[in-house]
Design a protein around this ligand. Structure first.
Ligand SMILES: Nc1ncnc2c1ncn2[C@@H]1O[C@H](COP(=O)(O)OP(=O)(O)O)[C@@H](O)[C@H]1O
Ligand SMILES: [Mg+2]
Length: 440
C-alpha cells in the first residue's frame, strides 16, 4: 500500500511540475508580447517629442538646453532611457533611471525582454541623442506578478493532491482489510472484514459461504466414510449368511461321500445324491457371489443397463425375503453413466431402508421420463415411518446425490397405504441431456 501511495505522490508531483512549467511559459510569453507593445509605443512617443521640440536644429547652445529638457522628460520612465553622447563618444547627459527595488535574475530578464529597439538622432556638434529601452522596472513588476500567480497555482494544485492522496489512502484501507481478511480466511480463521463497506459486506457473505462449503465438505466426507462402513459390514454379514451355510453343507456332503466310499460295499446311490447336493450348493453359491459382486461393483452391473441392474438387486433381496415382491417398471433408460449411477444408488438405499425399517410385502419401482425431466419413484408398504432423521446417512446421501445432478428429492409417508415413498425428479438440459450428466 505504501508503494502505491509513493507512486501516486511522485506522479502527482511530476504532473504539478509540468502544469506549472507550461503555465509559466504561457504567462511569460504573454508578458513579453505586452512589453514589446508598450516599448514600441513609448519609443514612438519619444520620437514624436523630439520631433516637435528639437527641429530644426540651429543654435548649438540653445539645442543643448532643449536637449537637456527632453532628457529630463525621460526621468523615471519605466521603459525608455535617454542620453546624449558627444562627438567624441563621452556621455554628456542622461535621464535618471526609474528605481528598482529588486533586480530579477538575468535569465528571467532574458526570457521576458523583447527585442531591443533604439533610436539615435544626430545633432552634429552637440552630439547624438540615444533613446534606449530600459525595461528593468517593468520586468521587476512582471517577475512579482508571475511569481504570485504561479505560487497561487502551485498552492492550489498541492492542496488538491493532498486531498487526492488522502482519499486514495482511505480506499486502499478497504483493500488492506480485504487482503488481511483473505489471509485469515485461507489460514482457517473466521476471516470477516466487518461490514463497513459494500465490498466488506460482499466479502463477509463470500466468507460465510466458504465456511459453509468447508463444513459441508467435512460432513460429506464423514457421510461417505459412514456409508462405506455400513456397506462393508452388510457385505460381510451377507457373505457369512449366504456362503457360510452352503460351505457347511458342502463339507458335510463331502464327508458323507468319503465315509461311504471307504465302506466295503459303498452305497453308490447315496454317493450320487450327495454329489448332486454339492453341485446344487455350488450353483447357489455362484448365484450369491454374482449378486454380491453386483453390489460391490454397481458400475459393472450397470454396464448392461439400469433395468438388469435393478432386477439383479431385486433378486438379491428375494433370496433373503422370499415373501417380498417387486414391481419394476423402467420405461426410460437414461443411458448415461452419472444418471444411471444416481438412480441405482437411490433405488438401492430406498429398498434397503424399506427392508431394514419396515415389513414390506411389495415394493414398486418406476422410472419414466417426459421431454423435460426424468422421474423416479420407489414406494413400499412396510408400515411407514415416524421420522426420516435416522442415525445413518442414507436419506441425506440420496438427497445429496439427486441434488448434485440438479434434481429434486422427496421422501414421505404414503397416503394410500402405510408405507414410504421416495421420489426424485431430474430435469434434462437442452437436447434431452442432463447438463451435468452430459459432461460425464
Ligand atoms: N422405507 C422406510 N420405512 C420406514 N422408515 C424409514 C424408511 N426409510 C427411512 N426411514 C426412516 O428414516 C430414518 C433415516 O434413514 P437413513 O438416513 O437411511 O438412516 P438409517 O437407515 O441408517 O437409519 C430411518 O432410521 C428410518 O427411521
Ligand atoms: Mg438407511
Amino acid at each position: 500500500m505504501r508503494h502505491i501511495l509513493l507512486n501516486l505522490a511522485i506522479g502527482l508531483f511530476g504532473a504539478i511540475l509540468l502544469v506549472l512549467t507550461l503555465a509559466g511559459a504561457a504567462m511569460i510569453w504573454g508578458e513579453r508580447l505586452d512589453l514589446a507593445a508598450a516599448q514600441n509605443q513609448e519609443m514612438q512617443e519619444g520620437r514624436n517629442l523630439i520631433a516637435t521640440n528639437l527641429l530644426p536644429a540651429t543654435d548649438t547652445i540653445k539645442d543643448q538646453a532643449r536637449i537637456a529638457n527632453i532628457i529630463r522628460a525621460f526621468d523615471d520612465n519605466p521603459l525608455v532611457s535617454a542620453h546624449l553622447v558627444d562627438p567624441w563618444g563621452f556621455d554628456r547627459l542622461q535621464s535618471v533611471p526609474a528605481r528598482v527595488a529588486y533586480q530579477p535574475p538575468s535569465w528571467f530578464v532574458w526570457l521576458v525582454a523583447p527585442k531591443r529597439q533604439e533610436v539615435h538622432i544626430d545633432f552634429g556638434q552637440t552630439g547624438t541623442l540615444h533613446l534606449q529601452p530600459y525595461l528593468l522596472p517593468s520586468v521587476e513588476t512582471i517577475w512579482h506578478r508571475t511569481a504570485m500567480n504561479l505560487g497561487a497555482m502551485a498552492g492550489g494544485l498541492f492542496f488538491i493532491s493532498v486531498i487526492a492522496i488522502f482519499l486514495v489512502r482511505r480506499s486502499l484501507h478497504v483493500l488492506t482489510d480485504l487482503e488481511q481478511a483473505s489471509v485469515r480466511l485461507l489460514s482457517g480463521d473466521e476471516g470477516q472484514m466487518g461490514a463497513r463497506s459494500t465490498l466488506g459486506q460482499a466479502f463477509d457473505r463470500l466468507a460465510g459461504k466458504f465456511q459453509e462449503t468447508i463444513a459441508q465438505n467435512a460432513r460429506l466426507t464423514r457421510m461417505i466414510d459412514r456409508l462405506q462402513e455400513e456397506e462393508r459390514s452388510e457385505l460381510a454379514r451377507n457373505l457369512h449368511d449366504d456362503i457360510g451355510p452352503q460351505l457347511f453343507a458342502v463339507d458335510v456332503d463331502a464327508s458323507t461321500i468319503i465315509r461311504q466310499s471307504e465302506q466295503q460295499s459303498p452305497d453308490l446311490h447315496a454317493i450320487a445324491e450327495r454329489a448332486s447336493a454339492i453341485r446344487a450348493s455350488a450353483t447357489t453359491m455362484k448365484r450369491h457371489v454374482r449378486q454380491l459382486l453386483g453390489q460391490l461393483r454397481p458400475n459393472e452391473a450397470l454396464k448392461l443397463g439400469l433395468e438388469p441392474a435393478v432386477r439383479n438387486l431385486a433378486g438379491y433381496w428375494n433370496e433373503r425375503r422370499p415373501e417380498l415382491k417387486f414391481g419394476i417398471s423402467i420405461a426410460s433408460e437414461p443411458h448415461n453413466g452419472l444418471l444411471d449411477g444416481t438412480l441405482y444408488a437411490v433405488i438401492r438405499e430406498a429398498i434397503a431402508n424399506a427392508v431394514k425399517h419396515g415389513h414390506p410385502r411389495y415394493i414398486d419401482i418406476s422410472v419414466d421420463s417426459s421431454a423435460q425431466e426424468l422421474r423416479l419413484r420407489v414406494a413400499d408398504d412396510g408400515g411407514g415411518a415416524a421420522s426420516f432423521e435416522g442415525p445413518g446417512y442414507g436419506v441425506i446421501g440420496m438427497r445429496e446425490r439427486v441434488q448434485s445432478v440438479g434434481g429434486r428429492f422427496i421422501i414421505d409417508r404414503r397416503v394410500d397405504v402405510a408405507g414410504v415413498v421416495v421420489a426424485a425428479t431430474i430435469p434434462f438440459g437442452q437436447n434431452g441431456h442432463n447438463p451435468i450428466g452430459a459432461r460425464q
